[in-house]
Structures are given as structure tokens and as C-alpha cells.
Design a protein around this ligand. Structure first.
Ligand code: DQA
Length: 151
């Protein structure tokens, strides 16, 4: 029997603007297109996903806290909060769930203030720089990690 795989997918601030936001950096794929293709891949992997985007740190933290009671893992693009939010990191750590951090852009090729992530140290791993595919790769990695911990 494969491990249960209920994943909370979190998109941080400004990711609702994908498609029109700095397309030279983030491409033209919209957030609903990313969510739709992620849902398809999730099905193939035997996972159920629930996606949530907010521009508000507290709303993201509330969702993350709730995940403790139902999810098996968290896939998160913390967006700008990656680089600033200790509270978001603490909320993720408090769930004690495996976390995979993803970024559309390669944050290490960009401005130096993007090089540090408060989340990476509590994540199982990070996928950065593959555009919308970062989410798919992150989900696949999370699935593998759930399977590996059950062995
Ligand atoms: C991002 C990278 C962050 O530095 C930025 O603030 C974002 C998006 C990415 O997906 O590449 O909003 O997380």
C-alpha cells in the first residue's frame, strides 16, 4: 500500500499575479494553470492536494497550522516571505510535517537579499529555478520522501 499523500500547497504573496507579473522572471503561466497541472500530477502520484494562496502572512500561517491535523506534507513557495519571515518558518516547523520549498526562479542567481531563505533549514529540500516545473518536481520529491520515511 502506498503511503497516504495529502499535501497542502502554499503560494505566498504576489503569486496570484503570475502570468502578468515580471514575465521575464516568472514566465506567463498563471497560478490557476500551475494548480491545475499540479492537481493532475498529484492524481498520478496518488496524492490529494489542497492549494492556498494569500498575500497575508497571518492567513498563510493559519492554513499551515491547520495542516497539522490533516496533511502528510507541505509544498510551499513562500515567495517574498522566504527571505523575511521567521513566523512562517516557525509555523512550518511547528506542524512537524515534511516541507518542500519551491521557487519558480533560481533565487541564487538573483539579488543577494534573495539568497537567504528562512525556510530551507527546516525543509526536506528545495527546488529553485525551473519555472512552473519547480512545483511538479517538488511534489514528486515530497512523494518520494513520504515513501522513503515509511520504509
Ligand atoms: C519566488 C522568489 C522570491 O524571491 C520572490 O519574492 C517571489 C517568487 C519564486 O518563485 O521565484 O515572490 O519565490
Amino acid at each position: 500500500m502506498p503511503e497516504p499523500c495529502r499535501i497542502l500547497v502554499i503560494h505566498g504573496p504576489n503569486l496570484n499575479l503570475l502570468g502578468t507579473r515580471e514575465p521575464d522572471v516568472y514566465g506567463r503561466t498563471t497560478l490557476s494553470e500551475i494548480d491545475a497541472s499540479l492537481a493532475e500530477r498529484a492524481k498520478e502520484l496518488g496524492c490529494e492536494i489542497e492549494s492556498f494562496q494569500s498575500n497575508h502572512e497571518g492567513a498563510l500561517i493559519d492554513r499551515i497550522q491547520e495542516a497539522h491535523s490533516w496533511a502528510d506534507g507541505i509544498l510551499i513557495n513562500p515567495a517574498g516571505l522566504t527571505h523575511t519571515s521567521v513566523s512562517l518558518r516557525d509555523a512550518l516547523a511547528a506542524t512537524a510535517l515534511p516541507v518542500v520549498e519551491v521557487h519558480l526562479s533560481n533565487i541564487f542567481r538573483r539579488e543577494t537579499f534573495r539568497h537567504h531563505s528562512h525556510v530551507s533549514a527546516i525543509a526536506v529540500g528545495v527546488v529553485s529555478g525551473f519555472g512552473p516545473a519547480s512545483y511538479r518536481l517538488g511534489l514528486e520529491a515530497l512523494r518520494r520522501s513520504l515513501d522513503a520515511t515509511s520504509e
